[in-house]
Design a protein around this ligand. Structure first.
Ligand code: ADP
Ligand code: ZN
Length: 517
């Protein structure tokens, strides 16, 4: 194996012009060269194509590449041919003459690479074609398409297994940039790759400093970020209206601020984007539509005004900061209502997708709630084994002490139960702190045992406790914006489960006057 990897390094330089392997490419290539099936999970741009193109050159026979997009295949074909690799595609977009020539070249053993779409690959006559000449490797690109857990399931990918199993001696290399733990396990099972064949790498962005904090006054919190961080930045808002509102308020701070969302005239959108790309100090307030395919390496910060859709989305969006390798900041503001809204949406998705969506939301909850290293949570999510602390996130720089808020949580849940599970957080808190109002009198809530059972320092815990209960699903939103008990409430009420708070209110209150890191 060592010998073949040595040969690989020589070919890497001669054919591809690269002085060495990047990240864990060498590990993937070594496995492939020793005919071990592998699933490589690496972010976009990490250099996944090389991990099958290089073995394709080195191994006798043809490497068959299954790829879901014709445009992508033709890009790959061009770059392979530019390196002098013998390659061809078999797609509906290729003319019949081209396809016949490609088949002839394959049969004659004159191809290193043959790209094919999954719907063709799963057909019987393609199987027969492959039996006519040696195959060195099956590379399955965008392998998450084989999993219903992924976000891009394609039934044709499921049929590939038949083809693969017809050639049991040919190793399989599955490649993807996006695969959470479930999707990864599914890919391994669906494509018959052993568990030890999983290689995940290259997700860390060490120059990005992650900070995640509850949203109390987003206009002020973001204005502070803008005041502290010079250089280009992106602020993501959840809705078009939110974009307009934030752009207007942040624009008053003296920096150039532009909006970007799908509701803007295309000409305005293009103009704003061009201005941002050219600028050295501009802030773009945008929906997540902004940023895809934009090449701006010097973005100094990415802020989220609300909870992103998933950890994958968050990582992709924050990943637009600091591509030049210089220090960059990622700031996320979140609120209990973000989780409330996400849970309402859960109720609307069809049953097949709900479990996946719920898992995605729970992963976000764990990220925002953790008192530990944010980077460690993120990288573990992508299957890496990072150190416990990174030294470059809010919690590593300023470790939050943990307080046991289980009793306060029980009082909170009791108050929601006793008041009939249809009042909002503000009212529940006023009952707990014993504020006598016309409403509490007419509702007869002043006679409840929970009326006024919270005071002093404990009162400051109520907001963060309410948020934490919402994140865990111990509280759920009602249709009318009230709170009701969720499935996780029982264990907390019975004292079977503790609720530790990592962001104590003292820090939250004093953060107002204090400068952020
Ligand atoms: P992915 O498919 O993972 O998104 P690509 O295979 O398109 O990534 O590679 C991204 C870029 O990295 C390409 O421009 C490729 O030429 C380059 N690249 C790949 N491997 C190496 C390497 N070992 N050294 C330098 N550049 C590399
Ligand atoms: Zn950290």
């Amino acid at each position: 194996m060592a010998a073949s990897l040595e040969g690989a390094t020589e070919t890497l330089a001669r054919v591809f012009g690269f002085p060495g392997f990047r990240g864990r490419q060498a590990q993937v290539v070594a496995r492939v060269l020793s005919a071990q099936s592998t699933l490589a999970v690496m972010p976009t741009g990490a250099g996944k194509s090389l991990t099958y193109q290089l073995p394709a050159v080195l191994l006798p026979g043809t490497c068959v590449v299954v790829s879901p997009l014709i445009a992508l295949m033709h890009d790959q074909l061009r770059s392979a041919e530019a390196n002098g690799i013998r390659a061809a595609t078999l797609t509906s977009a290729d003319g019949e003459d081209y396809r016949e020539a490609a088949i002839d070249r394959f049969r004659a053993g004159e191809l290193d690479l043959l790209y094919v779409a999954p719907e063709r690959a799963s057909q019987g006559h393609f199987r027969q074609l492959l039996a006519s000449s040696p195959v060195s490797l099956f590379a399955i690109d965008e392998a998450h398409c084989v999993s219903e857990w992924g976000h891009d399931f394609r039934p044709d990918y499921r049929l590939l297994r038949q083809l693969l199993d017809r050639f049991p001696e040919v190793p399989r290399l599955a490649l993807t940039a996006t695969a959470d733990a479930h999707t990864r396990a599914d890919i391994l099972a669906q494509l018959g790759i052993p568990e030890e064949g999983l290689i995940v790498a290259g997700f860390d962005r060490p120059n990005i400093r992650y900070a995640i904090t509850p949203r109390d006054n987003p206009g002020r919190q973001l204005a502070q970020l803008l005041a502290e961080k010079p250089g280009p930045g992106i602020v993501y808002a959840q809705t078009r209206a939110g974009v307009e509102r934030l752009a207007a308020s942040l624009g008053k701070g003296g920096r150039a601020v532009l909006p970007y969302h799908a509701g803007l005239d295309p000409a305005v959108r293009a103009r704003n984007q061009a201005a941002f790309v050219a600028s050295e100090d501009m802030v773009m307030v945008a929906t997540v539509a902004f940023g895809m395919g934009i090449d701006k390496p010097d973005v100094r910060f990415v802020a989220h005004a609300g909870l992103p859709k998933s950890i994958e989305g968050y990582y992709q969006e924050t990943g637009r900061a600091g591509r030049d390798g210089d220090p960059a900041q990622a700031l996320m503001l979140w609120g209990a209502e973000d989780f409330a809204r996400a849970r309402m949406r859960l109720a609307e998705v069809d049953d097949a997708r709900r479990a996946g969506e719920r898992t995605r939301l729970a992963a976000l909850g764990a990220l925002v709630e953790t008192g530990g290293c944010r980077r460690a949570v993120l990288l573990r999510h992508f299957g890496e084994s990072p150190p416990e602390a990174c030294g470059n996130c809010d919690n590593c720089l300023n470790p939050p002490p943990s307080v046991d808020a289980s009793v306060t949580a029980q009082k909170y849940l009791s108050a929601v139960a006793r008041t009939g599970q249809n009042f909002g957080a503000g009212y529940v808190e006023s009952v707990l702190t014993g504020q006598s109002t016309e409403r509490s009198m007419t509702n007869g809530h002043e006679g409840l045992s929970v009326f006024g059972i919270v005071d002093g320092a404990e009162a400051a815990l109520l907001k963060p406790v309410g948020r934490a209960l919402m994140v865990r699903g111990a509280l759920l939103p009602t249709e009318h914006g009230g709170l009701m008990l969720g499935p996780a409430a029982r264990a907390i009420l019975k004292g079977e489960e503790a609720l530790a708070l990592v962001a104590p209110p003292a820090r939250e209150r004093s953060a107002r006057g204090r400068r952020r890191e």
